[in-house]
Design a protein around this ligand. Structure first.
Ligand SMILES: Nc1ncnc2c1ncn2[C@@H]1O[C@H](COP(=O)(O)OP(=O)(O)OP(=O)(O)O)[C@@H](O)[C@H]1O
Length: 247
């Protein structure tokens, strides 16, 4: 995996006001991102989604910077933790929507949306409405919507945590195949998760955060050959080691 620098995160700090009190959520988070799949792992409520939203630019930090190094305006695809699809639109229109919002013409937006739906195995379903889909299919649509913009960076916020185990397993391997196949111009994936096994099975690198306020406690490179499986002793060892860091 190339280590070409794509993104630097420096000194991110974020406080929220809740019930009249200030709560520190991110405490001086800094790391560099190469061309790699990073999992950000941490306990519930530590600030993982906040960090991802700041990287995506949809939320501002109190201090610190997020700097992209691509030489052009980066395209970022975001799969939110609780994404919503517009129920009155077909899934093709849902996936095309962010492209139209970026000023892409209607024909091209539909073409790109169709390609993204095909990538996630839903090419046959473009005229379906969200309420006609299973939970797993909906999450595929959400992933397609993020991929349709042909992102340089794909940000995933616990994308498999609301799915049944079998569907989650299938979608994990599909996302991994997309990443490894180079059919997309993706430079990096940053995935937030609280699932240690998922992080070890999927990522090139795992950044472990402390309980709130989030600080980086470990930054672990995953040098385990792919395809990985739960049964591999090196996977089990790393899962055990990372459990020690999070507990
Ligand atoms: N808009 C907001 N206003 C006030 N507090 C917020 C806001 N967003 C998040 N918080 C608080 O910041 C903390 C971190 O939230 P965040 O969603 O980033 O954590 P998380 O690690 O992603 O949690 P989980 O794994 O449970 O999804 C929580 O205590 C939450 O209550």
């Amino acid at each position: 995996m190339s280590t070409k620098l794509t993104l630097s995160i420096r000194g991110l700090t974020k406080k929220y006001k809740a019930s009249g009190r200030e709560v520190l959520v991110l405490d001086n988070i800094s790391f560099d991102v190469g061309e790699e799949f990073i999992a950000i792992l941490g306990p519930s409520g530590c600030g993982k989604s906040t960090l991802l939203r700041i990287i995506a630019g949809v939320e501002k930090p109190d201090s610190g910077t997020v700097e992209f190094h691509l030489g052009h305006e980066p395209r970022v695809g975001f799969v939110f933790q609780f994404p919503t699809l517009l129920p009155w639109m077909t899934i093709l229109s849902n996936v095309a929507l962010p492209l139209l919002a970026r000023g892409v013409g209607e024909g091209e937006a539909r073409e790109k949306a169709r390609r993204a739906l095909t990538l996630v195995g839903l090419g046959e379903f473009e005229d379906f409405y969200p309420n006609e889909l299973s939970g797993g299919m909906k999450q595929r649509v959400n992933i397609a919507r993020a991929l349709a913009v042909e992102p340089d960076f794909l940000l995933l916020d616990e994308p498999f945590s609301n799915l049944d185990p079998l569907t989650a397993e299938t979608l994990r391997s599909e996302v991994l195949d997309l990443w490894l196949s180079s059919v997309l111009p993706l430079k990096a994936i940053i995935m937030v998760t609280h699932n240690v096994e998922e992080a070890v099975l999927m990522a090139d690198r795992i950044i472990v955060l402390s309980p709130r306020p989030a600080k980086i406690v470990r930054d672990v490179r995953v040098d385990i050959k792919r395809p990985r499986s739960r049964k591999m002793p090196e996977v089990q060892e790393l899962v055990d080691r990372i459990y020690e860091y999070v507990s």
